[in-house]
Design a protein around this ligand. Structure first.
Ligand code: C2E
Ligand code: MG
Ligand code: MG
Length: 634
C-alpha cells in the first residue's frame, strides 16, 4: 500500500487479511461459521445494515441467500431470498460473470422502472455493493453489503479489499464443497498445500486487476531448483518430496502478507509480489531484494533422512504494472528470464527486461556505494545561511556526497534511496554528529556563539525507537549547547502516531532542542498537530516562494501560512528565495526570515564566519532555475 494509505484503508485491509487468514485456516466443516463471522465483521466495519452471501445454481437461474448478518434491529431478508429468480437482476448477471463488482452509491440513480431498483427499494435499501465470488472463471455466487440508513460512496480501495475477500470466500466455499465438486478442489498442490498452477492463474489475474486499479507495480518470480533430478535419482522420490516441502516453507518465510507462492509443478515455484511501489524501478529494486533473500535461504542445506542436501536455484523475474500483459505472458517472460539465469551459470537471478536488470544492478551498486561513502567519509555537510533583518542568524546543514567517480551527487537523488533502503538511519546519525560537532566549534567563537543550526531529519530516522537517544548522544559527544540545535521535520511524519511523536519531541524540547516544520504546505494538511506539538517554526516550501510576486496562487498560500503562523505564534522562514522581487513581495506580506540563493548558496563550514560577520553580498539569480543543486559554491 502506498504511503498515502489512510488509517481507514489500512484498517480495512487489516480486517480483510485477518478474515482471509481465518478462511484459509478453517476446515470445510467450520466454513459456515467462519463465513458468518466474516460477514458480521465486514458489516460492522462499514456500519452496514446487512451483509450476505448468495450462491447461484449451476445454470445461474436462481440465487439463494445462504449466509446473512444483520445489524441488530434490522430485519432479516434471508427467508424471502431463497431460489430468487436471477431475472429480477438480470442486468447484473453479465458483469458478475465477467468478475465485475457492482457498487451503487445511491439506488435512486437506477432507472425507476428497472427490475433491480424494484428489487432493492421495497427492502428499504439506499446503497449497495455486490461482488462476484469466482472460482477460476466460474461464478459461484456473490457477496454483498446493504446500507439502509444512508447513501454510501463506495471507494476504489473498499471495492478492492472486498474483492480480495470475495476471492477468499470462493476458496473457502470450494474447500467446503469437496464431495460435490471434486474437480474444484484441485486448486491446491497436494504435496505442499500451496496454490497450484490453476489457482495461481486466478490469483495472478486478480493481482493484475488490482495493480491496474491502484497503480501499484508487482513482480512475478519463477524459481527453479538447479539439478533437482539428481536428488530424485540418487535419494528417491520420497526424499525429493521432503526437500520440496522444505523449500516451499523457506520461500514462504521470505514473503510479506499479501504475497503469494504457488507450486507450478515439478521443481518450479512461482512467487507473486504485489504493492511494490508506483514505479517499475522501485519494483525492480524491491523484488530483487526479495529474490536475493530467497536465493540466500535456498542455498542453505536441507536436512533429509540420512543427509544434509544442498542445491541452488535459478530465479527469473518480470515486473507488471496494470493489465498491460496477461498472466500467461508474464509467466512466459519469467520463464525466459529463468533460463537466462540458468544460462549464466545457475544459482542466480535474472530479469526479463534487460533495462530493468540494469536498473536493479545500478540501484544495488548505489546501495553499495552509499555503504562505502559512510565508511570512507565521502559525505560532507554544507551550510546555508538563514537571514533575519539582513543578518545571518542560523544555518541549515545540507548533506553533500562527493562520489569518487560521479562527482557531487545531489541529496535529492540519494536521500530518497537511502530512505527506502533504511541506510538513512546510519547516514542521519552521521549528519547529527557532524553538525553538532561543527555547531559546538562555532559556539566557541564569540561572533558565532548564538548561531542556530538546523538539521534535516528523515521520517524513517525519526520513527526509530532510539532516535531520542541518538540525538542526546550527539549532543553529549560534541558538547554542543542544545539551545542552538534545531531539527527540521516534515508534516507527513507527524501525521502518524501522534502520541509517539509528542513523547519524542517533548523529551528533546526539555533539553533545549527546537523544531521546525520543513517544506510546509506540501504535505498532509491536517494542522491539528501544530497545537499539540512543540514546533516553533514553519518553513514555507520554495514551491510557494517561486515567483510569488507574479503568481496569485503562491501569494494566497503564503499569506495563509503567515496568518496561521501568526495566530499560533510561530516563526516563519521562506525557503528558496532567489530574486529581490520574491524577497520584496515576502517582506510586504510580513515575512521576516529568509533562506535562498539570493542570499547565499549552501557553503562549506569555514565560509560561515564571513557570512555572519560581514555584510551580506546578495546575488539575485536571474537564470538560476536551471542550476544544479549539487553545484554549491563557497
Ligand atoms: P530542504 O531541507 O528543503 O533543503 C532546501 C533545499 O533547497 C536544499 O537542496 C537547498 O540547496 C535548496 N535551496 C536553497 N535555496 C534555494 C534557492 O534559492 N533555489 C533553489 N532552487 N533551491 C534552493 P539540497 O541541498 O539539494 O537538499 C534537498 C533536500 O534533501 C533537502 O530539502 C532535504 O529534504 C534533503 N536533505 C538534505 N540534507 C539532508 C540531511 O542531512 N538529512 C536528510 N534527512 N535530508 C537531507
Ligand atoms: Mg530542510
Ligand atoms: Mg525545505
Amino acid at each position: 500500500m502506498s504511503s498515502k494509505t489512510t488509517d481507514q484503508q489500512k484498517a480495512l485491509f487489516q480486517l480483510v487479511s485477518s478474515i482471509t487468514a481465518s478462511l484459509t485456516a478453517s476446515s470445510g466443516a467450520e466454513m459456515d461459521a467462519t463465513i458468518d463471522q466474516a460477514l458480521a465483521k465486514i458489516g460492522q466495519f462499514f456500519a452496514a445494515d446487512r451483509s450476505y452471501l448468495f450462491l447461484f445454481d449451476d445454470e445461474f437461474r436462481f440465487a439463494s441467500n445462504t449466509h446473512e448478518w444483520c445489524e441488530p434491529g434490522v430485519s432479516s431478508q434471508q427467508p424471502y431470498l431463497q431460489q430468487l429468480d436471477t431475472t429480477s437482476f438480470s442486468g447484473w448477471m453479465e458483469p458478475f460473470q465477467q468478475g465485475e463488482p457492482l457498487a451503487i452509491d445511491d439506488i435512486r440513480t437506477l432507472a425507476p422502472d428497472s427490475p433491480e431498483r424494484q428489487l432493492l427499494e421495497p427492502q428499504g435499501i439506499q446503497s449497495v455493493i455486490m461482488l462476484p465470488v469466482m472460482a477460476g472463471s466460474s461464478l459461484l455466487g456473490m457477496v454483498g453489503l446493504d446500507i439502509v440508513r444512508s447513501v454510501h460512496p463506495w471507494q476504489e480501495h473498499t471495492i478492492a479489499a472486498l474483492q480480495l475477500l470475495a476471492a477468499n470466500l470462493a476458496s473457502g466455499l470450494i474447500r467446503k464443497d469437496t464431495e460435490r465438486q471434486v474437480e474444484k478442489l484441485a486448486f491446491y498442490d497436494s504435496l505442499t498445500m500451496l496454490p497450484n498452477r490453476r489457482f495461481l492463474y486466478e490469483l495472478l489475474h486478480q493481482a493484475l486487476k488490482q495493480s491496474e486499479r491502484d497503480k501499484m507495480c508487482g513482480a512475478l518470480l519463477l524459481i527453479d531448483l538447479d539439478h533437482f533430478k539428481n536428488l530424485n535419482d540418487s535419494l528417491g522420490h520420497q526424499q525429493g518430496d521432503v526437500y520440496l516441502q522444505a523449500i516451499a516453507g523457506r520461500i514462504q518465510a521470505q514473503l510479506a502478507d499479501g504475497d503469494t507462492i504457488a507450486r507450478q509443478g515439478g521443481d518450479e515455484f512461482i512467487v507473486l509480489l504485489t504493492n511494490l511501489g508506483t514505479t517499475l524501478s522501485d519494483a525492480a529494486m524491491q523484488s530483487k531484494r526479495v529474490a536475493e533473500l530467497i536465493l540466500a535461504q535456498l542455498s542453505q542445506p536441507v536436512q533429509l533422512q540420512d543427509c544434509l542436501y544442498q542445491t541452488s536455484v535459478s530465479i527469473g523475474m518480470t515486473l507488471f504494472n496494470g493489465l498491460g500483459r496477461s498472466g500467461d505472458e508474464l509467466i512466459k517472460q519469467a520463464e525466459m528470464a529463468m533460463y537466462r539465469a540458468k544460462g549464466a551459470g545457475r544459482n542466480g537471478i535474472a530479469f526479463f527486461d534487460p533495462q530493468m536488470q540494469a536498473h536493479a544492478d545500478q540501484r544495488a551498486m548505489l546501495s553499495q556505494d552509499l555503504h562505502t561513502a559512510l565508511r570512507e567519509c565521502q559525505f560532507q555537510l554544507h551550510y546555508q545561511p538563514m537571514v533575519k533583518q539582513d543578518k545571518v542568524v542560523a544555518v541549515e546543514a545540507l548533506l553533500r556526497w562527493q562520489h569518487p567517480s560521479h562527482g557531487m551527487v545531489s541529496p535529492g537523488i540519494f536521500i530518497p534511496f537511502a530512505e527506502q533502503t533504511g541506510l538513512i538511519v546510519a547516514i542521519g546519525d552521521w549528519v547529527l554528529q557532524d553538525a553538532c560537532q561543527q555547531l559546538a566549534r562555532w559556539q566557541q567563537q564569540p561572533e558565532l556563539s548564538r548561531l542556530t543550526c538546523a538539521v534535516n531529519i528523515s521520517a524513517f530516522q525519526f520513527s526509530q525507537v532510539d532516535f531520542v537517544e541518538k540525538v542526546v548522544a550527539a549532543i553529549i559527544g560534541s558538547g554542543v549547547d542544545p539551545q542552538g540545535l534545531k531539527l527540521e521535520l516534515t508534516e507527513s511524519m507527524l501525521a502518524t502516531d501522534i502520541a509517539m511523536v509528542q513523547e519524542k519531541m517533548g523529551k528533546l524540547q526539555t533539553l533545549g532542542v527546537s523544531f521546525s516544520l520543513d517544506d510546509f504546505g506540501t504535505g498532509y494538511s491536517s494542522l491539528s498537530y501544530l497545537h499539540q506539538l512543540p514546533i516553533s517554526q514553519l518553513k514555507i516550501d520554495q514551491k510557494f516562494v517561486r515567483n510569488i510576486h507574479l503568481q496569485q496562487g503562491n501569494l494566497a498560500i503564503t499569506k495563509a501560512i503567515l496568518a496561521l503562523a501568526d495566530s499560533l505564534d510561530l516563526d516563519v522562514v521562506a525557503e528558496g528565495v532567489e530574486t529581490s522581487d520574491e524577497l520584496q513581495q515576502l517582506k510586504l506580506l510580513g515575512c521576516c526570515s529568509f533562506q535562498g540563493y539570493y542570499f547565499s548558496r549552501p557553503v562549506q563550514a569555514d565560509s560561515i564566519f564571513d557570512k555572519v560577520t560581514q555584510p551580506l553580498n546578495v546575488v539575485a539569480l536571474r537564470q538560476s532555475r536551471q542550476q544544479n543543486h549539487g553545484q554549491d559554491k563557497a
